[in-house]
Design a protein around this ligand. Structure first.
Ligand code: ZN
Length: 366
């Protein structure tokens, strides 16, 4: 399995976040990449590759241009306006009934962010682009015939929507990879009856046809951003197992009755789970998710691989073991699809590396 990561990702290193009303050291630390890289090296994998540079076109296919411009300019504009240099953090949010007029650094932060866990520092945009390039490189490798790749992304991506940052996420790495795969596949299918598309437009949709790409999100938290990006599309099927939003972040999406809309109706499947789920409770639900996924006959699989389902994770309430990740990897491998693993969450730093190694080894050895 090819492994991709970029040292530039380390430039995103916010000093703090606010969780449960408390100022807390930032859980999504650059150390996560070093921890995972060391564990994979110890388990015998070769050193990671540096990603290719994809420029802005693939980003604009998934994210709005004004949002990308904001991410790039937010920190210098914030500092120039005299705000504290630690990080860009909104003080209020653009909610229904309010107006989006303010172009001030605080106004823009509240417009393009949905929580207090996505501070922007000097290196955030460069790191997010480097992380996106890692995912896109993994997608390109699948198109070139690789069976599997692992994009060791950070910052992660699955909470980021077209024009919203939140939950440690700025650019949606998994969505970028999925869209890249879906549109490349459309272009290739000159002999079948699917409509043609380009990278610059949302894919046209056609009801109840096989999805080109499936995204399996196994992060503890619902991938609200990924769901939102593909919610009206039938070329990308999204399925997620996660802590029930009735009790867990992101609270406002991830319920079982969210099935997609318009042409995307039926192409979104949420499987919210109760607190304390252990290996024996989780694996049968994963089986049902994979069966649903297989019924759409996708050509490629993108796995939003969060490891915060681990029993010792500070941000989750599941009870999965290290050994369970090998079984998850093996079950995913049974699909027989070209598969891209994209790193999402996972904050139990003492166990994160071996949990990732377990997942990837389980996949490879299946
Ligand atoms: Zn998570």
């Amino acid at each position: 399995m090819r492994i991709i990561t970029n040292p530039e990702q380390g430039r995103h290193d916010p000093p703090f976040e606010i969780i449960d009303g408390r100022l807390t050291p930032y859980h999504e630390t650059p150390r996560r990449v070093a921890i995972i890289t060391e564990a994979l090296a110890a388990a015998g994998w070769p050193a990671p590759e540096t990603p290719r540079s994809f420029g802005t076109a693939p980003l604009l296919a998934v994210h709005d241009a004004d949002y990308l411009a904001y991410l790039e300019s937010a920190y210098p504009a914030w500092v120039a306006a005299g705000h504290p240099p630690e990080a860009v953090v909104p003080c209020n949010f653009l909610l229904p009934g309010l107006r989006a007029g303010s172009r001030s650094p605080q106004g823009l932060a509240g417009r393009y962010t949905f929580d207090l866990s996505a501070p922007i520092v000097a290196g955030t945009f460069a790191a997010a682009r480097a992380s996106a390039d890692a995912a896109l490189t993994g997608a390109a490798l699948l198109l070139e015939g690789e069976r599997a790749a692992y994009a060791l992304c950070r910052p992660p991506g699955h909470h980021a929507a077209r024009a919203l940052a939140g939950g440690y996420c700025y650019l949606n790495n998994a969505a970028l990879a999925a869209h890249y795969l879906a549109t490349a596949d459309h272009r290739r299918q000159t002999t079948d009856d699917r409509p043609q598309t380009t990278d610059d437009q949302p894919s046209p949709v056609w009801a109840m046809q096989p999805a080109t790409v499936a995204i399996l999100d196994i992060d503890f938290h619902h991938g609200n951003g990924t769901q939102a990006i593909f919610y009206e599309r039938s070329d990308v099927f999204f399925v997620s197992l996660h802590g029930d939003p009735e009790r867990e972040y992101p609270y406002f999406l991830g319920f079982a009755d969210e099935r997609g809309t318009r042409a995307g109706e039926g192409y979104n499947l949420n499987l919210p789970l109760p607190a304390g789920v252990d290996d024996s409770g989780y694996l049968p639900v994963l089986d049902s998710a994979l069966a649903a996924l297989a019924s759409y006959s996708p050509r490629y699989l993108v796995v939003s691989a969060g490891l915060d389902t681990f029993g010792g994770d500070p941000l989750g309430d599941f009870a999965l073991t290290t050994a369970c990740y090998a079984r998850i990897g093996a079950q995913i491998a049974q699909l027989g699809l070209p598969t891209l693993f994209v790193q999402e969450g996972g904050y139990a730093l003492d166990d994160l590396g071996r949990n990732v190694a377990s997942l990837l080894r389980g996949f490879e050895q299946a």
